[in-house]
Design a protein around this ligand. Sequence first.
Ligand code: NAP
Length: 311
Amino acid sequence: MTLLISSTPTFARDIDGKAISAKVLDEVREEVLALAGQQIYPALAVLLVGDDPASHVYVRNKLLRAKEVGIRSLEYRLPETASQAQVLELIAQLNADPTVNGILVQLPLPAPIDEQAVIHAIDPIKDVDGFHRENVGGLVQGIEVLTPCTPSGCMRLLHETCGDDLSGLHAVVIGRSNIVGKPMATLLLQANCSVSVVHSRSVDAPALCRLADIVVAAVGRPALIDASWLKPGAVVIDVGINRITSEFGNRLVGDVDYASARTVASAITPVPGGVGPMTIAYLLKNTLIASRLQRAAQARGQQPEDDLALN
Ligand code: NAP
């Protein structure tokens, strides 16, 4: 594929996350069908604790998409008052169930449940969010593991936009969270980009950002990044999802000022309709990867939980 980054852009074209995620879901559907031919039926367990309205919407969408591609999904709900022990007990049951390939615990969890304790109770080979420390370590070492869904989705958007080879491009990731910024920077490094990570203590973030061929914004600040932060022709991936209220009502905006940035960038993800749909698509991809890793571990006669450690 040809590299599309240009130094003389006009207006940026949109990177269509809906269309690209549909392509990913088609790939998943095809693989699910092929596995069914071998009597293999990958299953995803989703655990929702409490009454957070946004979490309910996210879980509903995940289950809906799973059903659409033929992945068996199991929904578990615990009340807001559930104890950490109850959550851990359910995870232990799901870890031990060989018919469950992926376990997702919808975050945030109600206080006082310790999220880290819950994440690290999930068998790493079933950790389809890719947040377990074994998966984080494996990602850094370049071992095939379960990788966080949003950064994986962003990489796919970049490959669809810039081509297979990102070697030598300078990528700036704005934000260093464990779920987006850090794994994103690691994936870009593995794709042979030169990577800078900008965060709240960075000095002159706009100047650092202006050096970038690729900008990935994962900050959580509405419209922080405008045209003045961008090198002409940069490709911009906006991970941010910020709900703002104006005279026109509630709406979602990204971390990038879309109208301003598209006068300088060569390609940009809109919000909504950019990164958002990719996250669920890669959750379902991860469920298939988890199923494959578990079958490989079984074939080698290992307990699934030993597999990542031995890789
Ligand atoms: P987070 O944990 O709050 O991390 C935000 C990061 O931004 C931090 O590393 C912080 O730096 C940095 N930051 C804050 N202000 C900054 C500034 N002025 N300049 C440069 N860096 C700054 O957020 P997150 O979980 O990564 O999420 C980021 C955004 O992505 C949110 O809007 C979230 O809703 C969205 N998101 C979307 C998806 C999706 O599927 N589309 C998935 C996940 C998250 P410090 O580390 O120095 O504090």
